[in-house]
Design a protein around this ligand. Structure first.
Ligand code: F3S
Ligand code: F3S
Length: 130
């Protein structure tokens, strides 16, 4: 009986852990800038380069937070802290990987010649802060 209870608890813990993972998100300030300081900090190489910005692979990100402070234009946010005006970027970081999946390393993939539609539709961005 104890064994059964342990197995049930283990299953519940696993289900809870994998459900709705929270991750880090790159938002609009990255567009047309692509500073790439974040890439150097990511221990799992999960920041992928699109045509006009970079995107974090949500299944590969281990939520360590190392990338967030090094971005010179504060483009990176913990998912729960994404500013309201850039809230669409949470889904954009997920949907960018439709058709790409989880390659397991951005450096071997290199530049992906596309962007999420909300990024592709933007006019050229000024990077006054940089
Ligand atoms: Fe973009 Fe900032 Fe990284 S500008 S490439 S998110 S360091
Ligand atoms: Fe990578 Fe950690 Fe950021 S896993 S994307 S450096 S939160």
């Amino acid at each position: 009986m104890k064994q059964v209870i342990r197995e049930i608890l283990g299953t519940v813990a696993f289900a809870t852990r994998t459900e709705d993972p929270v991750t880090y998100v790159i938002a609009q300030p990255c567009v047309d800038l692509k500073d790439k300081a974040c890439i150097e900090e990511c221990p799992v190489d999960c920041i992928y380069e699109g045509q006009r910005m970079l995107y974090i692979q949500p299944d590969e990100c281990v939520d360590c937070g190392a990338c967030e402070p090094v971005c010179p234009v504060e483009a990176i946010y913990y998912e729960d802290d994404v500013p309201e005006q850039w809230s669409a970027y949470t889904a954009a970081n997920v949907e960018f990987f439709d058709g790409i999946g989880s390659p397991g390393g951005a450096s071997k993939v290199g530049l992906v010649p596309k962007d999420h539609p909300i990024v592709a539709a933007l006019p050229p961005q000024q990077s006054e802060e940089h």
